[in-house]
Design a protein around this ligand. Structure first.
Ligand SMILES: [Zn+2]
Ligand SMILES: [Zn+2]
Length: 344
């Protein structure tokens, strides 16, 4: 019996009879973070970090069937020891460490190594077997330092103001939007947000995070209310009638996929900012090395290619099929919205 197994319902620990980020309803689920491909509806019991709990509770409308633990706190379930360690992906996100009879496995969930100024910084965890994502597991993905990206965002915002345009920046509602808020130059002007983003941001504020003031965009507002503003919206708003009230505007998208030629044009954006909450190629390799793991399982992303690369470098690596989506989900969501707009 392995410490963890890959089943049709999700990653399973048979000794403890619990699942990690399962995609089918189960009795007990240990959840790495609140994104919808990891925290799903329908489980009987949930366990996550204290920092991730308010968001998961809100998104899944949970009441008393969720429990939480501090980072690093040890939990024993049927003789198996579990603990959650910072994944640096979004605030509260964790890697899950599982230890049984001295054998240690770590499930990374989604992660990044570059500190975003908001999430608890990624912590390497020594293990025998490491389950890693590979969303951006190709050498072409090499992120710029975050400060450089935000210099670009600030320049674009100023330029939009000079041209009499509203700067509209699309970024995922949970994690990416708050990272933008935290790092953009808030002295440049008003920051206005889509309702979906305001809700998540307020949950973070209630948890004690300091973020610049935001104004929620409401239907009654007129074009003059948006003069000189930066408007942050989820990717699903791209191509929707909601955007029209900002005209004339400049549309920016913040995503790891903006590094790919063609992606930006396909989405009709004026500017693409390469900003990802996932590890780039170098970070994936570094993370795998730092675990010291001999056995590596590669989940969502360029899993086949990345697993082969690791194998060629002396590791026992293989691809595993999961239903996690990385940043693919936000791309798919935005593309679907765009297609709908084109049909209309
Ligand atoms: Zn995620
Ligand atoms: Zn994911």
């Amino acid at each position: 019996m392995n410490v963890l197994e890959f089943t049709a319902k999700g990653i399973y620990c048979p000794a403890a009879d619990v699942y990690l980020d399962p995609w089918q309803p189960v009795k007990k689920a240990l959840i790495t973070h609140g994104h919808s491909d990891h925290a799903r509806w329908g489980h009987e019991q949930y366990l996550c970090t204290i920092a991730a709990e308010p968001i998961i509770k809100h998104r899944l409308q949970l009441t008393d069937n969720i429990q939480s633990v501090a980072f690093g706190e040890k939990v024993m379930i049927n003789g198996v020891q579990f603990s959650f360690h910072p994944a640096g992906h979004i605030p509260g996100s964790a890697q899950i460490r599982v230890e049984l009879n001295g054998e240690v496995w770590v499930f990374s969930g989604d992660y990044k190594l570059q500190h975003d100024g908001l999430s608890e910084p990624f912590e390497p965890v020594k293990c025998h077997a490491f389950i890693t994502e590979s969303t951006f597991g190709l050498p072409v993905y090499a992120w710029q330092p975050q400060a450089d990206v935000f210099d670009d965002v600030n320049r674009w915002w100023r330029k939009s103001q000079e041209e009499g345009k509203v700067a509209v920046l699309a970024g995922y509602a949970l994690g990416k939007s708050q990272r933008i808020l935290k790092n953009v130059d808030a002295t440049l002007g008003k920051i206005m947000v889509h309702g979906a983003i305001e809700t998540v941001t307020n949950i973070f504020r209630e948890q004690g995070m300091t973020l610049p003031p935001t104004v929620r965009v409401v239907p009654e507002m007129k074009r003059a209310d948006f003069e000189g503003a930066l408007v942050i919206c989820p990717p699903s708003a791209i191509g929707s009638p909601w955007l029209r009230k900002f005209e004339p505007f400049s549309l920016g998208i913040a995503s790891g996929w903006m590094g790919l030629r063609g992606t930006r044009r396909r989405r009709g954006a004026d500017r693409g900012f390469v900003l990802s909450d996932h590890a780039d190629w170098r970070e994936l390799n570094l993370a795998v090395r730092e675990t010291g793991a001999e056995k590596v399982f590669v989940t969502h992303g360029y899993s086949e290619i990345f697993a082969r690369w690791l194998t060629e470098h002396g590791l026992d690596a293989r691809e595993v099929k999961t239903q996690y989506e990385g940043e693919l989900s936000e791309m798919a969501e935005a593309t679907a919205a765009e297609d709908k707009a084109l049909e209309a």
